[in-house]
Design a protein around this ligand. Structure first.
Ligand code: HAM
Length: 413
């Protein structure tokens, strides 16, 4: 798990703000669902034989209730969509959500056990145009984050019948070659053979190079849908590659699958920044009506590593320096007045020497220091020191807030 300290938080906040803005421009509204859901929800949707459900969930039983810290947000959002009967309110619903997810994976750079996702889901639009717009949203967002080397991979795994037929074809091909597969893939042959497609093991890769192609099993409708997606992406000018081996690790997908990679120089092999796809049957399987859906999630930690955007860290504008114990209380009152005008202010309540206070003001990046000695207070004035221009003026205490605010405003222009 990962701590985010103040020197990194500005990047997180920038990213989350940019995502919310981008999602809103595409018509999404924010939704927040619980971090904990019934374990059964994830088992039913993500699938019993997936890595996530088999080995990565943080599950526990409390008062006979089996609960799990959410490993992803699609299932919980779909549960909320069904529970609140959202389909009765509008034909198409677009939701976005941000927050922590939990998976007991082996940690490495960009892979953590608590990590944060940005997520978008669209309910009620079955067509490939919707899929293309979603991919366009992801790519546009990554461009705004200045992520280098962004690549979009797409594939279609068809509907459930296609999956069943392909699974049979694949097992028939692999069964006689079982001994040549890695131990993991031998096990998956009985549980989740599709996952062998994206195995990284060289022995598996060599065998899979000859395996039947998923694309040949697609129905005419699946093919038309996938062609429609490719045409729409081309029309939008979004470059993409069809990756016939892309299957992704969650069982709920139907038809469109996609992944967006980037920032590989910094992330190495773990450069999948976002992944998503269509899951046209989940809403019905959770007891709702037949409503098609598609979505994606992006990992915030990975985006933070990959983004080359320069983000200004937030800083303190003004430093109030009291000189002498008798000046501290007046300094605190001035500090509060400045803050009430939106000026980020630090008051030196420790009462050190002027030199050490100014050193601290410079280290905090303050533009202005307001020096309050006991003599100044008696005269109703303060010394306002411009730390960038190195000038200093004596100003009536009653004018300090206004003058400091004006100076900061003219500087930020
Ligand atoms: P996912 O591919 O499992 O999909 O995760 C999406 C993204 O979350 C990954 O591409 C990666 O950036 C990030 N991520 C996943 N696991 C970790 C980890 N352990 N540490 C850091 N980042 C990680 C989903 O979660 C689906 N719910 C996406 C979706 C939404 N499909 C339809 N709607």
């Amino acid at each position: 798990m990962n701590d985010v300290l103040p020197d990194e938080i500005a990047r997180w906040q920038h990213l989350e703000r940019l995502f919310a803005e981008t999602a809103r421009c595409y018509g999404f509204s924010e939704v927040r669902t619980p971090f904990v859901e019934p374990t059964g929800l994830f088992v039913r949707t993500i699938g019993e034989a997936t890595d996530v459900v088999e080995k990565e969930m943080y599950s526990f039983t409390h008062h006979d209730e089996a609960l799990t810290l959410r490993p992803e947000s699609t299932a919980g959002l779909a549960r909320a969509y069904v529970e609140h009967r959202i389909h009765t309110r509008e034909p198409v619903t677009k939701w976005f959500s941000c927050g922590p997810m939990f998976r007991a994976e082996r940690p490495q750079r960009g892979r953590y056990r608590q990590f944060s996702q940005l997520d978008c889901e669209i309910y009620g639009d079955p067509g490939p145009g919707c899929d293309a717009e979603l991919i366009d949203l992801v790519v546009g967002f990554m461009a705004k984050l200045q992520i280098p080397d962004v690549r979009v991979l797409v594939n279609s795994i068809g509907g459930p019948e296609t999956r069943v037929r392909y699974r049979e074809g694949l097992v028939a091909f692999l069964e006689p070659r079982r001994d040549g597969l890695s131990a993991d893939s031998q096990r998956r042959l009985g549980t989740n053979p599709l996952r062998i497609l994206d195995s990284k093991d060289e022995r598996d890769k060599a065998i899979m190079a000859e395996a039947p192609n998923l694309a040949e099993f697609l129905s005419d409708d699946d093919k038309a849908h996938f062609d429609g997606l490719q045409r729409a992406l081309t029309a939008l000018g979004v470059p993409f590659t069809v990756d016939p081996l892309l299957v992704r690790g969650l069982d709920y997908y139907t038809r469109t699958l996609f992944e967006v990679k980037g920032g590989s120089a910094k992330l190495g092999a773990g450069d999948t920044l976002a992944g998503g796809g269509r899951y046209d049957n989940m809403i019905e399987e959770l007891g709702g009506p037949s409503v098609p859906a598609i979505g994606f999630a992006a990992g915030v930690e990975r985006l933070v590593i990959a983004s080359e955007a320069t983000i200004e860290p937030s800083r303190i504008d003004a430093y109030v320096s009291p000189l002498g114990a008798g000046a501290i209380e007046r300094a605190m009152i001035l500090g509060r007045d400045l803050r009430q005008h939106g000026i980020a202010t630090e008051v030196d309540t420790r009462g050190g020497s002027l030199k050490s206070q100014l050193r601290r003001a410079n280290a905090l990046g303050c533009s202005v220091a307001i020096i309050l000695g006991e003599n100044e207070i008696a005269a109703g004035t303060a010394q306002v020191k411009d730390l960038l221009g190195h000038t200093q003026d004596s100003i009536a205490l009653s004018d300090v807030v206004r003058i400091v605010a004006d100076r900061l405003k003219s500087r930020s222009r």
